[in-house]
Design a binder for this molecule. Structure first.
Ligand SMILES: Nc1ncnc2c1ncn2[C@@H]1O[C@H](COP(=O)(O)OP(=O)(O)OP(=O)(O)O)[C@@H](O)[C@H]1O
Ligand SMILES: [Mg+2]
Length: 310
């Protein structure tokens, strides 16, 4: 089975303001949308698009937390959450359609403690067997130790589960030390942690090889509309999606992780795992909501994805 773990779930509010957005001024909201966000949440939403119910596991608190769970119920997303003290964070995106600007205001969120982490571990462990794939990632909540992902990856591995870790910065650097089965940073995230420019095939291969030497079986670097590069079992792969008009690319990486998880769960060949990952990432750009993937789009895109060894 597939589960998703998101330690820092948020309620993402998009506020489309009337007229120009100006600092220090009062604005009226023309349109508002609320979407529960976070990497694992987006991956569960993407999997649901292919009729696969992967429970969302993470911390939830307060009225915002309750609101998120009611939206999950409405969407059909299944969940199994740890209730914490404090209020789940809200992230605001203020959209000005006149000037085409977006201004983000991100709450820090509640502080979690050691007891919350133990409850999360107890929750996760119930799902883990040798057939479990865990999509895990995103930023860490306030109060979480920098090695939270190391702890969780080690726990999941100890029961034979496979983790696809999708995070960035220090938590990725740390997380790699626990040798998750797979990682899927994007280009900028790799450039930041390895201080390398991914503008040549040689450098991309160097980065993939580096992750492999650290003990990661499947390393994937996503490159937006240019697709993916990957390394598995002594082979490098280049995966190219079809060119299409993007509506909203946010959550494409999370949808790619969902596709890779589904391919692994179905025990597909690596080329098909990568094809499904890219097709789901690409299908995500055709919808407005992060992680919203339509089955018919994936079916149309799949045969148009090119997978070659390089
Ligand atoms: N404009 C696009 N056109 C076609 N496919 C795209 C486009 N943007 C993304 N994709 C697909 O989605 C995959 C992941 O995209 P990207 O590299 O942007 O992920 P990301 O930066 O991790 O995204 P996020 O963190 O917001 O989920 C790409 O490898 C590609 O297959
Ligand atoms: Mg990403």
């Amino acid at each position: 089975m597939i589960i998703t773990v998101t330690p820092n779930i948020s309620l993402d509010k998009t506020l489309v303001v009337d007229g120009s957005f100006e600092i220090g001024k009062t604005h009226r909201v023309k349109e508002i949308t609320y979407v529960p966000g976070g990497k694992g949440v987006n991956a569960s939403r993407a999997l649901l698009g292919l009729n696969y119910k992967a429970p969302v596991i993470g911390f939830i608190g307060g009225n915002t937390g309750k609101h998120i769970l009611s939206i999950f119920d409405h969407e059909g997303i299944v969940y199994d959450v740890v209730n914490i003290n404090g209020e789940t964070r809200t992230c605001y995106n203020i959209v000005d359609v006149l000037n085409n600007t977006q201004t983000e205001i991100l709450e820090r969120g509640p502080e979690i403690n050691e007891n919350d982490i133990r409850l999360l571990e107890a929750k996760i462990i119930q799902y883990i067997s040798e057939d479990t794939i865990v999509c895990m990632g995103g930023s860490l909540p306030a109060g979480a130790p920098i090695d939270l992902y190391v702890r969780l990856v080690n726990l999941i591995k100890s029961k034979g589960g496979k983790v696809i870790l999708d995070t960035s910065g220090e938590s990725l650097k740390e997380g790699i030390k626990s040798k998750p089965f797979a990682i899927k940073p994007n280009k900028a995230e790799v450039e930041a942690i390895l201080s390398i420019k991914l503008d040549t095939i040689e450098n991309i291969k160097t980065a993939l090889k580096y992750f492999s030497e650290k003990g990661i079986e499947l390393s994937v670097i996503s490159m937006g509309k240019d697709g993916l590069y990957a390394y598995n079992n002594e082979k490098y792969y280049k995966v190219t999606p079809p060119v299409l008009k993007a509506l909203n690319a946010v959550g494409s990486g999370d949808s790619t992780v969902a596709g890779i998880a589904l391919g692994l769960e179905q025990k597909l060949d690596i080329t098909e795992v990568l094809r499904l990952g890219a097709a789901m990432g690409t299908a995500n750009v055709l919808t407005l909501k992060p992680g919203e993937v339509r089955k018919e789009d994936v079916e149309n895109i799949l045969p148009k994805v090119e997978v070659t060894t390089i």
